[in-house]
Design a protein around this ligand. Structure first.
Ligand code: PRX
Length: 645
C-alpha cells in the first residue's frame, strides 16, 4: 500500500462545490439530521407532489424496510429530459461515439425528448403498461438510453441484461422478473466484431417465451423475425406520435431491476425505486465528479452494469449534463482510443475501471502521450481496488499530474457511490477510496460483528440507510434480508473487506465472500461451478479467484472428471467453451486444474481456503489440514497447480 498523499490543488478547491470544511460540515449534518439533510437535498429533483416524509427505514433484522420520500410523486424521465427543455433544449444530452471511430452522433435534449416519447409510445403499442417488466438486451447505442427512459416515462420497470451474457443467462433473467417484452438489436458491434444479439434472444425465448421482441436495427445483419412476436423498432416508431405524457410515479415505485451475482445461488434481481435513487444518483454525480454546467462527462461503463445506469444515464441526465456513450472497447482500433475520444469530444471528466487502466498501461505510454488530453480535468475509477501502480500511471501519464482521481467504491446494491474522495475536499492516497459520501456511515466489524475502532482491518458494513439503497431482491424479500442483514444483525453487510487507516480513510481489500471480481465484473463462484458440473464429463468442480495482472482477479477452476474420462488439453478448451455458452465470456475460467479429488472435511465440505492458497501459488502456509478427510489430495493439488510463479 502506498502512503503518499496528494493534497487538493488550490485551483481545484477554488472551483469545487465543496472544500474540506464544507464537506465535514455537510457530512456531520447528514448523519446527525438525515431528515433535515435529505429533506433539503431531495428538492434537487422535480416532484409532481412534494414529499412530506423523508426517511423511513429500518435495518432491524425482523423488519427490514427502506423507504425514502415515500409520499412524494415524480417521473424520472421528466426529470432527466423535460425539465431541461426550456433552458438547454439545444444542448447535447448524449454524445454517442461508435465502435468505428468514423461514426459519432450528437443528441440534444430536444431530440432526446422526441426519441424517448416515441419509444414510450412504441412500448405502449406492444401492450407494456405501468409496473410491467421490460428486458433490455442492447449494445451501447443511444437507443439503450431511449429505452430506459421510455420505460421510466410510462412506469415500466426495466431489467437490462449485459450484451455479453449468453442466451441461457438471458432466459434466466427474463424468467426471473417475468417480463413479456424484450428490446434488442439485430447485432451489436464491439471492437470490430459482431455480437449476435437477436439470435441470442431467439434462443433465450425458446426457454423463456415472451410476447413481444422490439428489434433496433444496428448493423443490418441477417436475422429472423418471428411473425406476431417480433417488430422492427424503426417501423413501429414511424407509426407513433412523439408525444407521451410522463406517468406520475410514487417515490417508492420500482424504477429498475438489475441482476447481480452473489455468493450463493443464481443471480439476484436487485430492485431500485424511483425517488431516492434519482436524488442519490444525481447528487453523487454532481459532487463526486464536481460536475459544473457545460462539462463534457464520459463514463466508459456499459449500461448493462449499474455504473451505466447511475452514471451514464440517470445521474448525468438528471443534472442536465452532456454524457458521452461509447459503443466500443478501449483497445480498438488501437490502445489510444480512449484518449483520442477525449480529444475528439473535449471530455472534461473521465470515469473508467482499473482493469482498463492496467491493460492500457501495459500497451505503452506513447499511445497516451500522442494525444493532447488538455480538456481533462478529473479522472475517476470504479469496480475494483485500484493498485497504487495503476493509480500512479493514471495520475502521472493520463492526467499529467493535474487531474485529481476519484476512486469511487460502491455496488449494484447501493445505487450510487458510497465511499469516495470529493475533488475539492479530499487529499488523495493512491489505492484508497478515502471517506464516506454524505449520509453514509461505514463501519468495520470483526467476524463476530464487534465494531473495530480507529486504524483497523475487518469487514465493511454500513450502519444506516441512504436514499439510493436497493429496496429488496425482486420477488424475494427474505433473500434480501438473509443476504445483507443476517450476517451482522442491524447492519448492512457489503461483502467486502477493508482497512481503515489512522486518518479514517477506507481501503477496500476485496470481497470476503465467494464472489470473484473479474475485470470489475462480479461473478459468483457457485454459478461457474454449476456451469462446469452441467458438462457431462465433469463430476465435481470448485472455483476460486486468484490475482491476475490485468483482470484484478482471474477464475481458477478445480475440476474432477467422471470415472474413466481423460484429462486432456482439448477437454480444458471444451470446458471453457462450455462455460462461455452457459453464462457468457466474462465467466470463462482462466486456469483449469484437473484434480482427482478436492480437499474436503470429514463432513464433506470443500475447504476453499486451501484451494485459494494453491491458486495464489502460496501454499507454504496452508494452515490446519488435519480436519481433511484425505490430506493427501492436497499434495496432488500442489504438484499439479497451474499458477506457478
Ligand atoms: O468488491 C467491491 C468492488 O465491486 C463490488 C461491487 O460490484 P458491482 O455490484 O458489480 O458494482 C461495481 C460498480 C459499482 C464491490 O463489492 N468495488 C467496486 N468499486 C470499488 C470496488 N473495490 C474497490 N474499490 C472500488 N472503488
Amino acid at each position: 500500500m502506498s502512503d503518499s498523499v496528494f493534497p487538493v490543488p488550490a485551483e481545484v478547491a477554488a472551483r469545487a462545490h465543496v472544500d474540506n470544511t464544507k464537506y465535514l460540515e455537510m457530512y456531520q449534518r447528514s448523519v446527525d439530521d438525515p431528515d433535515g439533510f435529505w429533506g433539503e437535498h431531495g428538492k434537487r429533483v422535480d416532484w409532481i407532489k412534494p414529499y412530506t416524509k423523508v426517511k423511513n427505514t429500518s435495518y432491524d433484522y425482523h423488519n427490514v424496510s427502506i423507504k425514502w420520500f415515500e409520499d412524494g410523486t415524480l417521473n424520472v424521465s421528466a426529470n432527466c429530459i423535460d425539465r431541461h427543455l426550456a433552458t438547454r433544449g439545444d444542448q447535447p444530452a448524449i454524445i454517442w461515439e461508435g465502435d468505428d471511430p468514423s461514426e459519432s452522433k450528437i443528441i440534444t435534449y430536444k431530440e432526446l425528448h422526441q426519441e424517448v416519447n416515441r419509444f414510450a409510445n412504441v412500448l405502449h403499442g406492444q401492450g407494456v403498461k405501468k409496473g410491467d417488466r421490460v428486458t433490455i438486451y442492447l449494445p451501447m447505442i443511444p437507443e439503450a438510453a431511449y429505452a430506459m427512459l421510455a420505460c421510466a416515462r410510462i412506469g415500466a420497470v426495466h431489467s437490462i441484461v449485459f450484451g455479453g451474457f449468453s442466451p441461457d443467462s438471458l432466459a434466466q433473467r427474463i424468467e426471473g422478473c417475468k417480463s413479456d417484452c424484450v428490446i434488442t438489436a439485430d447485432e451489436g458491434l464491439r471492437g470490430g466484431r459482431k455480437v449476435p444479439l437477436k439470435a441470442n434472444v431467439d434462443m433465450a425465448a425458446e426457454k423463456a417465451p415472451v410476447k413481444s421482441v422490439v428489434v433496433v436495427r444496428r448493423t443490418g445483419g441477417d436475422i429472423t423475425m418471428q411473425d406476431g412476436r417480433d417488430v422492427w423498432y424503426h417501423e413501429e416508431a414511424a407509426r407513433v406520435s412523439d408525444h407521451c405524457e410522463p406517468v406520475e410515479m410514487n417515490a417508492e415505485d420500482p424504477l429498475f431491476i438489475l441482476y447481480t451475482s452473489g455468493s450463493t445461488g443464481q443471480p439476484k434481481g436487485v430492485l431500485h425505486t424511483t425517488g431516492g435513487y434519482l436524488v442519490y444518483a444525481s447528487m453523487t454525480h454532481e459532487y463526486v465528479f464536481d460536475y459544473h454546467e457545460g462539462d463534457i462527462y464520459w463514463c466508459t461503463a456499459d449500461v448493462g452494469w449499474v455504473t451505466g445506469h447511475s452514471y451514464i444515464v440517470y445521474g448525468p441526465l438528471a443534472n442536465g449534463a452532456t454524457t458521452l456513450m461509447f459503443e466500443g472497447v478501449p483497445t480498438y482500433p488501437g490502445p489510444g482510443r480512449f484518449w483520442e475520444v477525449c480529444d475528439k469530444h473535449n471530455v472534461n471528466i473521465f470515469y473508467t475501471a482499473p482493469t482498463a487502466i492496467r491493460a492500457l498501461m501495459g500497451a505503452g505510454d506513447e499511445h497516451v502521450t500522442n494525444t493532447s488530453r488538455k480538456s481533462l480535468r478529473l479522472l475517476g475509477s470504479v469496480g475494483e481496488p485500484i493498485n497504487p501502480e495503476a493509480w500512479n500511471w493514471y495520475y502521472d501519464v493520463v492526467g499529467e499530474k493535474r487531474c485529481p482521481i476519484v476512486d469511487t467504491w460502491w455496488q449494484t446494491e447501493t445505487g450510487g457511490i458510497l465511499i469516495t474522495p470529493l475533488p475539492g475536499a479530499t487529499d488523495l492516497k493512491p489505492g484508497s477510496a478515502t471517506r464516506p459520501f454524505f449520509g453514509v456511515q461505514p463501519a468495520v466489524v470483526d467476524a463476530e460483528g464487534k465494531f473495530l475502532e480507529g486504524a483497523t482491518e475487518g469487514n465493511l458494513v454500513i450502519k444506516d440507510s441512504w436514499p439510493g439503497q436497493m429496496r429488496t431482491v425482486y420477488g424475494d424479500h427474505d433473500r434480501f434480508v438473509q443476504t445483507y442483514f443476517a450476517t451482522y444483525k442491524g447492519l448492512y453487510f457489503t461483502g467486502d473487506g477493508c482497512r481503515r487507516d489512522e486518518d479514517g480513510y477506507y481501503w477496500i481489500t476485496g470481497r470476503v465472500d465467494d464472489v470473484i471480481n473479474v475485470s470489475g465484473h462480479r461473478m459468483g463462484t457457485a454459478e461457474v461451478e454449476s456451469a462446469l458440473v452441467a458438462h457431462p464429463m465433469v463430476s465435481e468442480a470448485a472455483v476460486v479467484g486468484y490475482p491476475h495482472d490485468i483482470k484484478g482477479q482471474g477464475i481458477y477452476a478445480y475440476v474432477t472428471l467422471m470415472e474413466g474420462e481423460e484429462p486432456t488439453d482439448e477437454l480444458k478448451k471444451e470446458l471453457v467453451k462450455h462455460v462461455r455458452a452457459e453464462i457468457g465470456p466474462i465467466a470463462s475460467p482462466d486456469l483449469i486444474q484437473f484434480s482427482p479429488g478436492l480437499p474436503k472435511t470429514r463432513s464433506g465440505k470443500i475447504m476453499r481456503r486451501i484451494l485459494r492458497k494453491i491458486a495464489e501459488d502460496s501454499f507454504d502456509n496452508l494452515g490446519d489440514t488435519s480436519t481433511l478427510a484425505d490430506p493427501t489430495v492436497v499434495d496432488d493439488l500442489i504438484d499439479n497447480r497451474q499458477n506457478r510463479a
